[in-house]
Design a protein around this ligand. Structure first.
Ligand code: GLU
Length: 432
């Protein structure tokens, strides 16, 4: 199987064949602006030192500061981060926000670290990269296994590395930190805005938590009839983290039937619908989804191939490949994970007539609300959750319509429509 970066470049080649963007522009997009690997030495709780490998890829900043999450995972490596950074550049363009594309990560299983070790590791990542980070340079955010709390530590470390001293004694915020005071507009402007997805008490935005799942729902809503789905859908969701969990809840709150969900260890199906509150409670209690009363345990492969209206991969890349694409029985797919479908699988699904609502559109609600957070921090404002959702909805709908039109005009599928829209926007702002 190809690595995610090869997949991303295969997608780029495909769109370049479809529409003439000029060789120079396409060549430029075949390389990130910067691709940085760091080693992060950490004192472990037992007194020994351990060195972790970390990354930041700054892909393209034609539209604004590099933007994109940081992933903590044992399989994280540079090609994955490069692919994710490339997709971030396109995603921000599709979303119509003034941000470029970047991504970061650390090769680590965070579940094996204590909370103190996790904090030292997160601060260590910022220490090594502080020169190239900041609200107008590069603005990271959460991704797989990184949390609002980690973003608060990181923003605090950025302020510390820059020699900032708090102006006013910080009030007891959600997480009390030494170099962060969200009441101080200078702190917000210079350091708080340097990371998004922070806890609300530490300068975060209302609505950032569910934003990716909710944004996906708005996109689904805008395209449902066009991709031939019924008004009430049977939905299968792979992944039950922040994105998959929120998506499941939102779909079910809107009258759709979520029949199957999965996490990294297990998958469950109940054809007349899962009660998601109870599923959450069950997962909290036993640490996995398996053996949920009334549901059947299945494998992750079976879940992907389950008959349903809408399949939502919301976990990792490369889960639908040429090996299983032919067996997919969903009527349509919406990608809430980044890169879950390989280019070969895309072709198979297209031939089978299964429409795919692509990641760079479907999951762009997260980075859009990240942009709102950055904007609020720079302006010293705090918007209500309703204000955030009211701004998010028309942006997602607009992106969905435009992509649908682009795809129709070029007689291609939605992913290529999204690439065409993104590349046109990036090209327009690209300088020499
Ligand atoms: N990690 C998320 C993504 O892949 C969010 C990025 C952000 O908010 O900057 O889109």
């Amino acid at each position: 199987m190809q690595n995610p970066y090869q997949n991303a470049m295969a997608q780029l080649d495909k769109v370049a064949k479809m529409k003439n963007f000029g060789d120079e522009f396409i060549s430029r997009l075949r390389q990130p602006d910067r691709d940085i690997r760091i080693s992060i030495p950490i004192k472990m709780d037992n007194g020994t030192e351990k060195i972790f490998e970390g990354y930041r890829v700054q892909y393209n900043n034609a539209l604004g500061p590099y933007k994109g999450g940081i992933r903590y995972h044992p399989d994280t490596e540079i090609n994955e981060v490069k692919a994710l950074a490339f997709w971030m550049a396109l995603k921000c363009a599709v979303a119509g926000i003034p941000m470029g594309g970047g991504k970061g990560g650390i090769t680590v299983d965070p579940k094996e670290l204590s909370k103190d070790e996790l904090e030292r590791l997160s601060r260590g990542w910022v220490k090594k990269l502080s020169d190239i980070l900041g609200p107008h340079k590069d603005v990271p955010a959460p991704d797989v296994n990184t949390t609002p709390e980690i973003m608060a530590w990181m923003a605090d470390e950025l302020a510390k590395q820059s020699g900032y001293t708090v102006k006013v004694t910080p009030a007891p915020h959600q997480i009390s930190l030494k170099y962060s005071n969200p009441e101080d507009t200078e702190w917000l402007k210079n350091f708080g805005a340097g990371f998004t997805g922070k806890p609300i008490g530490n300068g975060g935005s209302e609505g950032r938590g569910p934003a990716t799942g909710l944004g996906g729902f708005y996109v689904f809503y805008a395209l449902r009839a066009r991709v031939g789905l019924p008004e009430k859908c049977k939905v299968v969701i792979q992944g039950f983290g922040n994105v998959g969990g929120n998506a499941a809840r939102i779909f079910s709150e809107h009258g759709h039937t979520v029949i199957a969900v999965s996490d990294s260890k297990s998958a469950i199906v109940k054809e007349d619908g899962l009660d998601l509150e109870q599923v959450e409670a069950h997962k909290k209690k036993i640490g996995a989804l398996r053996d949920f009363p009334g549901a059947k345990n299945i494998t992750n492969e079976e879940l992907l191939e389950f008959s349903c209206d809408l399949l939502v991969p919301a976990a990792f890349e490369n889960v639908i490949t040429d090996r299983n694409a032919g067996k997919i029985k969903a009527k349509a797919i919406m990608e809430l994970a980044n890169g879950p479908i390989t280019p070969e699988a895309d072709e198979i699904l297209f031939k089978k007539g299964i429409p795919v609502i692509p990641d760079i559109l479907a999951n762009s609600g997260g980075v859009t609300v990240s942009y709102f957070e950055w904007d609020q921090n720079l302006k010293g404002e705090h918007w209500s959750e309703q204000e955030v959702f009211n701004k998010l909805k028309p942006m997602m709908e607009d992106a969905a319509q435009k992509i649908f039109q682009k795809a129709q005009a070029s007689k291609t599928y939605l992913r290529m429509g999204a690439f065409i829209l993104a590349l046109e926007r990036i090209k327009e702002k690209s300088k020499n």
